[in-house]
Ligand binder design. Sequence first.
Ligand code: ATP
Ligand code: MG
Length: 367
Amino acid sequence: MIVRRIALNGWRNYDFETIEFSPGINVIRGQNAQGKTNLLEAVYMLAVGRSFRSRFDRELVGFGFSSAEVLADVEAHGREQTVRIVLSPGRRKQITVNSVKKTASELAGTITAVLFCPEDLAIVREGAAVRRRLMDNAIGQLRPGYAAALTEYNRLLEQKAAILRDYRDKPSLLYTLDDFSERLCRLSARLIRYRASFVERLDGCAAPIHREFSGGADSLKLEYRTVSTVENPFASERDIYYAVCEHQEAHRKAELESGQCLTGAHRDDMEIEINGKSARTFASQGQKRTAALSIKLGEREIHLQETDEYPVLLLDDVLSELDARRQEFVLNRIGGGQTLITCCEDGGITARTGGRVITIEAGKAAR
Ligand code: ATP
Ligand code: MG
């Protein structure tokens, strides 16, 4: 998948700008605060329909503009398509592909992207929520049915949480509690199967990358963790459902007492181990970064296996914190598909990769 050209109008610090990309490596260079990350954010928007660093679309609209537009010519499976996204505060986001209206989840089939940015260190360092988001984003791009099930799950979970929070004041709410719990068990079973097979594949793809990345010194292991009564997360949806229900029944009283939803896929995690030890607890900063990047590069391989094309790889500020050998590994590894990689100092990257250089200055690409 390739983004040929992008036009940004009123997007962040880009007033009106058109930028052409090469189908291989593109080095996005410039001083701090010129718009390098903003450009990657726009490409990510084309793939996923939202930003990776702002929760509110209005923050993406350039100061002094009433709306933001991202327009791009993309190519997937030999087909040229035009994707257009318009954000106007107070109105619904407009997404079209070849002038046909789409929802954000329908964008997944058009162009896919894998992003790595400095905040991704959180995948290894932080709590389970970050790793669930990683699973959800990745599987959501690969399996449209997953995104739908997850949306439904979150909706029901919110309602169940409200019941558990308010039932003491309104006891009649309790009539519907078991129904919500049952539906959540059903959806949990579906999410668990998707996640278990995704993590197994990700482990298979990321571990060899990580081994090479660390010069053969470290071995990475990813393991899916879910509801404790589910012994086999690869079992049939029905069997998983029964196992989740068993956990639910055992925790019904505790849920009422604590006012919290204690059972279900919303508490899942993906454990990351390096050399058999928890990476979160024991890994060095550099080891955490290497593990997080290997996981993202592994995700890129899964996309390739699934769709026969590499997704667009977006690397924001990855090189600055890596030692020379690891930098070399990254630069050697990113060939194959289209890559946009930002940096402040070129440091010879362009010469080493033969990529195209795009210099960004105050929201303009220098010509
Ligand atoms: P760094 O090297 O520090 O990471 P960068 O080139 O990646 O820098 P960006 O994060 O892309 O920089 O941001 C560039 C500028 O865009 C910042 O100065 C920021 O203030 C500005 N900016 C952010 N949002 C908007 C907006 N909605 N309208 C106008 N400018 C914005
Ligand atoms: Mg930046």
